[in-house]
Design a protein around this ligand. Sequence first.
Ligand SMILES: Cc1cc2nc3c(=O)[nH]c(=O)nc-3n(C[C@H](O)[C@H](O)[C@H](O)COP(=O)(O)OP(=O)(O)OC[C@H]3O[C@@H](n4cnc5c(N)ncnc54)[C@H](O)[C@@H]3O)c2cc1C
Length: 347
Amino acid sequence: MKVDYIVVGLGLAGIAFVEELIAANKTVLVFEDHSQTSSLVAGGVYNPVVLKRFTPVWNGAAQLALALPFYRALEKKLAEKFDVTFSTKKVFKSIEDQNNWFAASDKPLLAPFMNPKISKESVNGVIAHYGFGEVLGTGRIDTEKLIQHYRKYLQDKASIQFEKFDYNALKFAKNTIQYKTIEAQKIVFCEGFGVKQNPFFNYLPLKEAKGELLTIHAPKLAIDFLLKSTVFVLPLGNHYYKVGATFNWKDKTSIPSEEGKEELVEKLKKVITVPYTIINQTAGVRPTVKDRRPLVGVHPIQQQLAVLNGLGTRGVMIAPTVAKNLFNHLEKGTPLAIEIDIKRFNS
Ligand SMILES: Cc1cc2nc3c(=O)[nH]c(=O)nc-3n(C[C@H](O)[C@H](O)[C@H](O)COP(=O)(O)OP(=O)(O)OC[C@H]3O[C@@H](n4cnc5c(N)ncnc54)[C@H](O)[C@@H]3O)c2cc1C
């Protein structure tokens, strides 16, 4: 079998890159072994404002301008709904917080997204002594649903194999690569935290962070916006909410933990006052990077191998942009911006 590309890993990075290939009529075979869960469990939220500091997300507006049409096109192609729009309400902790919000909302990069009005509304069951600041144009991609439907779409085209990619089975020829019975022009690795097992790219400095989420049912809570306080409370409909997320830099498993649950339950006490039941708990490892920029580019020696990784905490917004950057680099020779190019880590 001959293909233009092999893609290893079908999370948000893999989907975005495969979409570039399909749009350019390239042939592709994907390998996916279900070893990582980051894209599956993600809150899926997109928001161009950093709510800890009231600063713009790096290249956020440009990423969003590409990402929203990207997910809309996938909705059309797969005849499913993935994008749920809502506003985000940040709970202020102090008067100083309110003042900082007001000042930030005047800045050119933030003004389109931050409502300068401090909202003092009272929301049943929500603790907000200093009111809320509203972020506009935010929402959520149902990443689990997207991935399930995209995997099925590739399966129907016989373009995906559900097995672990075996790095030791690669053989390099002059302009091609042989992988078992498959001959490919290039391989793009989109393995998330799985890249640690990849002998070609495991030198890249991931500073991975495990994250856990709870799904709760709170019959007396009726909010249709994303509540951002000590934790976020994300509406799923019918009084179901996702609550998250934790950051753990030690545990590298995707297994939900008692420690994660307790942390979220404790923090939630400071956010809502109504009773709830825990329905589910999920976990995954975010592929975050030391310098908080993505890992994109070509292997320093084996030029047929490329990597698309390091999407960090914002895979939904950033994946379509960096997939396009990598595709244009590989196919058209367009240089990669140095801040995302893995060359920055070549010694
Ligand atoms: C709790 C939590 C909450 C989050 N919330 C948000 C959010 O609200 N918004 C947001 O934008 N981002 C969020 N993120 C971050 C987001 O999930 C990541 O940025 C993104 O999912 C990374 O995508 P990826 O495709 O690079 O990696 P992954 O999703 O990890 O995908 C890699 C894929 O490669 C496969 N794989 C690995 N090795 C191999 C191999 N050898 N052979 C075959 N297959 C292999 C894995 O099984 C996996 O499917 C969250 C993450 C977590 C953990």
